[in-house]
Design a protein around this ligand. Structure first.
Ligand SMILES: *[C@@H]1O[C@H](CO)[C@@H](O)[C@H](O)[C@H]1NC(C)=O
Ligand SMILES: *[C@@H]1O[C@H](CO)[C@@H](O)[C@H](O)[C@H]1NC(C)=O
Ligand SMILES: *[C@@H]1O[C@H](CO)[C@@H](O)[C@H](O)[C@H]1NC(C)=O
Ligand SMILES: *[C@@H]1O[C@H](CO)[C@@H](O)[C@H](O)[C@H]1NC(C)=O
Length: 524
């Protein structure tokens, strides 16, 4: 893995990506909007100019080569000791969209206004980030790409193309608790390959439709599903009180727990489920509400939240990076010696992200049986890392965008690995860019923005294919946290290249090589 210079250049010089001056940009946009409007008015019969209601849209059965995905459900799972049993689902039906249309319109309005302001602030932000300033990390980012401006995130139609592919996966993966008991066993034998081989797991080679990630529109659609644009919902106080959310967990409203808004104030994990018109393709966009303080890393709703989950996934030893840090558990034994059992136990805890992701997946398969549906997962940043862990567990096609290295977590969880897996059967694609310190695994060290925000992002190795846009070489960008944001990735990276980034195997890579990990069998 190439190491990139961290955030600040040696002489503090600034190679910003060039921007059109605002006035010129606005006049260009106005001219192009006028041209488009003129063409649309000339070409389309007048009736098409009426607002299309959701019902009408559903009736337009698209051709095979113009398939689209639309948001149909939002799963929301609590995280942490207090909320982890909470799990709810919101169905985005045509009736629901109609009922709340004015609310959605107000959202788009706020969004448009916000973007204008943001554009003006952006240059300031970049300077701030360049100086390593922490303020920039707290700016709220709507993360809705310009390419979709004016479209309602709740009824947008996202095009996609598929290709046929073979995936080797566990035959019994959908038997209740099969995966969990395998993982428990693997942990109990410390992942000893020799012992695990004796179980003789049954694998099947399945022919599946996977996203055609060489198709740029498909990649933009998946990145859009990964974006955090929907995270603010429900924001409106009235909206929160409505009981459209269906309980799928153990939520039992009582005096203490009567707040439908659970988890919106603290951390949670969401699955935004997009479905094709024929119900054959389902994409789960995984979003972590953590990553607060990192631009595009998560939600603006959480502040001062606990960063335990992130630090557990991406640090060498429970975020023991200095004396001042509170560690996740008692993993840290002495200098560069870490208790592996404790790490692994912590990752599997019911109130952590991984188990929540399994719950969401299982509830999705209840609505869309995996025998008749292709289920894909995607996510940005922390969401992308959790998506790849889920994808690895169930053998699902996965596209992760700008996620921190998750190989260490994947090994610590002992996720099932098919024997002698030929590399070309890999079904996880990690998209990233060379100017994003989180994807590149260089957002660490005492003075890095990540450490300052309370994150120990020490990992750099990903599993699966690496599909990297080299914007440092191609565009002269400098490594900066702002290049982690999903709307920057969509508008200023993916859409400015004619072809999607080439995907290659992960070169041999090992994180935390200076640590010694010890196991104490009597701990169990
Ligand atoms: C994937 O998409 C690209 C770009 O649209 C296209 O050229 C290619 O033929 C597609 N591949 C498959 C296998 O359909
Ligand atoms: C849905 O999630 C809940 C936990 O939130 C879990 O108890 C339940 O078993 C899941 N449903 C299915 C069908 O797995
Ligand atoms: C897809 O599923 C929804 C509900 O789950 C159902 O109402 C709809 O008719 C299905 N569409 C097709 C084409 O099967
Ligand atoms: C991208 O495609 C456009 C239109 O086909 C072409 O004009 C342009 O030169 C291409 N750019 C690159 C870098 O290949």
């Amino acid at each position: 893995m190439t190491r990139m210079p961290i955030e600040k250049g040696p002489q503090g010089q600034s190679y910003y990506r060039r921007r059109l001056p605002p006035l010129r940009f606005i006049s260009y946009s106005l001219v192009s909007i006028c041209i488009v409007v003129t063409i649309v008015v000339k070409i389309l019969p007048v009736r098409h100019l009426y607002v299309i209601t959701p019902e009408e849209k559903v009736e337009e059965t698209p051709e095979e080569n113009s398939k689209t995905l639309q948001l149909k459900h939002i799963f929301h799972h609590g995280i942490g000791a207090k909320d982890y049993t909470l799990h709810k689902r919101l169905d985005i039906t045509p009736a629901y969209l109609a009922k709340h249309s004015s609310y959605f319109k107000s959202l788009s309005f706020v969004e448009a206004e916000k973007e204008e302001v943001e554009e003006a602030e952006e240059e300031e932000e970049e300077e701030e980030a360049e100086k390593g300033g922490i303020n920039v990390l707290n700016t709220n980012t709507f993360d809705w790409p310009k390419v979709h401006r004016g479209k309602n995130p709740f009824d947008i139609q996202l095009p996609f193309k598929t290709k046929q592919y073979k995936i080797k996966r566990l035959k019994d993966r959908h038997e209740p608790f099969f995966i969990e008991s395998y993982l428990d066993y693997a942990r109990s034998v410390n992942g000893n390959a020799e012992i695990l081989n004796r179980i003789n797991l049954e694998w099947s080679d399945d022919d599946v439709s996977v996203p055609n990630i060489t198709d740029r529109d498909t990649l933009v659609s998946l990145a859009t599903i990964s974006s955090n644009a929907y995270v603010r919902f429900p924001k409106d106080d009235e909206e929160k009180k409505k009981s459209d959310w269906i309980d799928v967990g153990d939520w039992d409203p009582d005096e203490q727990h009567n707040n439908i808004n659970f988890g919106w104030d603290s951390i949670g994990l969401r699955g935004h489920v997009f479905v094709s018109h024929d119900n054959k393709t389902v994409v789960i966009g995984i979003k972590g509400t953590s990553g607060a303080g990192l631009p595009g890393g998560g939600s603006d709703e959480t502040s001062g939240i606990d960063k335990t989950n992130d630090n557990l996934l991406f640090s060498c030893c429970c975020a023991r990076v200095g004396y001042m840090w509170t560690t996740v558990c008692d993993c840290y034994e002495k200098t560069y010696t870490c208790n592996q059992d404790c790490l692994e136990r912590e990752l599997r805890r019911k109130d952590r992200y991984y188990e929540a992701a399994l719950d969401i997946y299982k509830n999705v398969t209840k609505l869309y049986p995996p025998e008749t549906t292709e289920i894909w997962v995607t996510g940005h940043s922390l969401g992308g890392a959790v998506a790849s862990l889920l994808g690895r567990t169930y053998g699902l096609p996965t596209v992760a965008i700008e996620s921190p290295g998750e190989m260490l977590a994947s090994n610590r969880l002992h996720l099932p690995k098919p024997p002698g897996l030929p590399r070309h059967l890999e079904h996880i694609w990690h998209f990233g860019n060379t100017a994003d310190p989180i994807y590149m695994g260089v957002c660490n060290g005492a003075s890095s923005s990540c450490s300052l925000a309370g994150y120990a992002m020490e990992t750099a190795c990903h599993t699966g294919y690496q599909c990297v846009y080299d914007v440092v070489t191609d565009k002269g960008w400098r490594v900066n946290l702002l290049n982690h944001r999903i709307h920057t990735v969509i508008d200023d990276i993916i859409l400015t290249y004619n072809e999607t980034a080439p995907c290659v195997d992960q070169a041999p890579c090992r994180d935390c090589f200076n640590w010694r990990f010890v196991s104490h069998d009597d701990d169990e």
